[in-house]
Design a protein around this ligand. Structure first.
Ligand code: CDM
Ligand code: ATP
Length: 318
């Protein structure tokens, strides 16, 4: 694969002890999941990260993120999923700690994550939690950071975090942090199915390095479909190069795609590094039928019928 030299991410502006103006004691936010309508990889950087060209879309599947401000300094995280870390290995914790240190905040936060987005699934669950914490604490403590400044901090936590701050229908380039708003995705029903396997994003990108990419998805055709507002053109242009790595490891992904298409999906594809598969449907009844079939055949237990979320900029949370 072509090697692309590292491009430095703009350093965040250090704070100069800005007074904390916010007064809110508690904020509740919806941290949305994403799907990748298109995912192309253009090359590998010297630090191992890859240059990508992706079309990202928010969906109406979310984690509830509650942030409470406390007089006791420090960060406390709790979650409904027993297997997730609640210490500094939780990305929501890292996001809070980052702002507390930079702005020398001498109060603390208690973060409660009520998780519904499948974990290690290619749906940016963790990234979306981190984005919600950055957004929420910026408001709560009156830090005065613009969306761009929040995104500059977000990329230090993960490549998907800036997108999770922006949300909606977006072209993501660079390592995923160079964002351009696209025309909104036409409304449709989205069926999401996560088979009972967890996939490491790092392992998938690394495995791609030893492969020749045979066919790149036509991201421009996808954008052109969005410009025309044509759901059919968007569906026809969907493509994800990471499928070539993850599907041979887990053939159940292909089986789920086939089941969705057999039940009337306009198209079905793996999201991100997988293993979650999503299908786009014009007809909600067909999506429900596909959901039943996938469960009946025990292809996946976590199967959800949901919608495109037309998140607009700055329209974050409940
Ligand atoms: C697969 C996607 O979810 C598609 O949206 C993203 O590209 C991944 O975003 P993410 O999970 O937020 O990624 P990070 O947490 O920053 O990185 C996890 C690992 O994925 C690999 N990685 C990630 C993004 C990128 N552009 N190139 C990479 O090679 C790196 O090996 C990294 O160690
Ligand atoms: N708040 C969090 N929510 C989910 N996972 C978390 C969180 N914090 C840390 N993790 C760890 O991160 C790993 C990946 O989680 P996540 O669900 O974000 O992956 P993903 O869906 O593949 O994300 P992406 O699409 O951005 O690659 C998990 O195995 C988990 O242990």
């Amino acid at each position: 694969m072509k090697r692309i030299p590292d491009r430095a991410v703009q350093p965040a502006q250090p704070s100069d002890g800005q007074a904390l103006r916010g007064t809110r004691k508690r904020i509740e936010l919806k941290a949305l999941a994403k799907i990748n309508l298109g995912l192309d990889v253009l090359g590998r950087r010297e630090n191992g990260y890859h240059d990508v060209r992706m079309v990202m879309q928010s969906i109406y599947l979310y984690d509830d993120v509650k942030i409470e401000r406390t007089k006791n300094p420090g960060v406390e995280v709790s979650t409904n999923l027993y297997f997730l870390p609640t210490d500094e290995n939780n990305i929501a914790y890292k996001a809070a700690k980052m702002l507390i240190e930079e702005f020398q905040i001498n109060e603390g936060v208690v973060i409660t994550l009520d998780k519904h987005i499948p974990v290690a699934a290619g749906m940016a669950g963790g990234s979306s939690n981190a984005a919600a914490v950055l957004f929420g604490m910026n408001k709560m403590f009156g830090l005065g950071l613009s969306q761009k400044e929040l995104m500059e901090r977000g990329v230090k936590l993960g490549a998907d975090v800036p997108y999770c701050i922006m949300r909606g229908t977006v072209l993501a380039e660079g390592i995923g942090e160079e964002l351009t708003v696209l025309p909104a995705m036409p409304k449709c029903t989205v069926l999401v199915a996560k088979p009972a396997i967890s996939v490491s994003t790092k392992v998938v990108y690394e495995a791609l390095d030893s492969k020749e990419i045979v066919e790149h998805p036509d991201i421009d055709a996808l954008i052109s479909g969005l410009e025309k507002g044509s759901l059919h053109e968007v569906a026809a242009a969907m493509g994800n190069v990471l499928e070539d790595v993850t599907i041979p490891m887990y053939p159940v992904i292909e089986e789920i795609k086939n089941e969705m298409k057999a039940q009337g999906a306009l198209n079905a594809m793996m999201s991100g590094s997988g293993p979650t598969v999503f299908g786009l449907f014009e007809n909600k009844a067909q999506a429900r039928k596909a959901q039943d079939k996938i469960r009946e055949k025990a292809l996946a237990k976590q199967v959800y019928v949901t919608n495109i979320h037309g998140a607009r900029r700055n329209e974050y949370g409940a």
